[in-house]
Design a protein around this ligand. Structure first.
Ligand code: HEC
Length: 197
């Protein structure tokens, strides 16, 4: 930051200043990373809404994943991730009036690409929960998802997946990159966008 300021001051000319002022802390579309200890009361409320939504979606997804896996096996459970995850996301979005989804640096479904404000953090593979504010009052959160034992069924080493899982992934996700993860690895993130309150 100081480095940027020195560059800007020395750079003189207004154009140069404008370019420098657009430095590392502001990302796409007017988003700025927030220092969690300096959130306003309204932003803290938005953070709590985002975290609650993530917990709600995570719980519903895990419940569905566990029951389907136990009763029908991993290949059938692929449909939970494919069909139920977007449904659950939509349900949570409507009740909480926000937008929520999952993303990763190694995607199974290209439709899960990160929203523009999140892409730099996804590239950096940030391990910490990250919060952003927008000058228009919106609030965003990127919350890490780590690998658990159950996830290895479909995201573990390719040569350890059940043959019918490998076959189902090959036919439904020809561009799949989301294997080769180990227990506790960072798998991806929930992203949440909360409107101005
Ligand atoms: C039964 C197989 C299966 C299991 C078990 C499973 N997943 Fe997935 N996962 C999938 C499928 C299929 C998709 C693609 C869903 C879609 O089309 O949106 C996916 C997508 C994801 C994504 C979204 C990003 C992307 O790659 O498209 C994340 C994050 C993710 N899974 C994390 C996990 C975690 C964490 C666990 C364990 C708690 C887990 N998954 C367990 C099959 C599985």
């Amino acid at each position: 930051m100081i480095h940027w300021m020195i560059r800007c001051t020395l750079g003189a000319g207004l154009l140069m200043l404008a370019a420098c002022g657009d430095g590392s802390s502001t990302t796409a579309g007017g988003w700025k990373q927030a220092d969690e200890s300096k959130l306003t009361a309204a932003q803290k409320l938005q953070r709590d809404i985002a975290v609650d939504a993530q917990i709600a979606m995570g719980k519903q997804l895990m419940k569905k994943l566990n029951t389907t896996l136990a009763t029908q096996g991993p290949a059938e459970t692929i449909n939970v991730c494919k069909l139920e995850a977007p449904d659950i996301a939509q349900g949570v979005s409507i009740t909480e009036s926000l937008a929520i989804g999952r993303t990763s640096f190694k995607l199974r479904n290209p439709a899960n690409a990160p929203p523009p404000w999140a892409s730099a953090y996804v590239k950096q593979r940030v391990e910490q929960p990250t919060f952003l504010t927008n000058h228009d009052g919106r609030f965003a959160a990127l919350l890490p998802i780590r690998m658990q034992a159950i996830c290895l069924n479909c995201h573990g080493d390719r040569d350890k997946l059940a043959p019918n899982v490998t076959a189902a992934l090959a036919s439904q996700y020809p561009q799949d990159q989301a294997t080769g993860f180990a227990l506790d690895d960072l798998r991806g993130w929930f992203w949440v966008e909360v409107p101005a309150q």
